[in-house]
Design a protein. Sequence first.
Length: 73
Amino acid sequence: MRLTYYLPRSLQAEDKIYSEAEIVSSSNFIVVLAEPGAGKTALLNSLAGLLSTHTTTANAFSHMSYDHFWCMT
């Protein structure tokens, strides 16, 4: 059995610190940049959970047409 533990993060932008819930409620777009192994995938999975949606890898977008992508928004 594999147990997964997740510690919610606080994120800093300029001089303000945000909770994950604040980020989701205050932004339409979120860009996450970090070193390998920093927990980007876990963070994005948590944000997806807060938004009641699922995650999609960036590779999936390379197979979509331009028109299909803009119809999603």
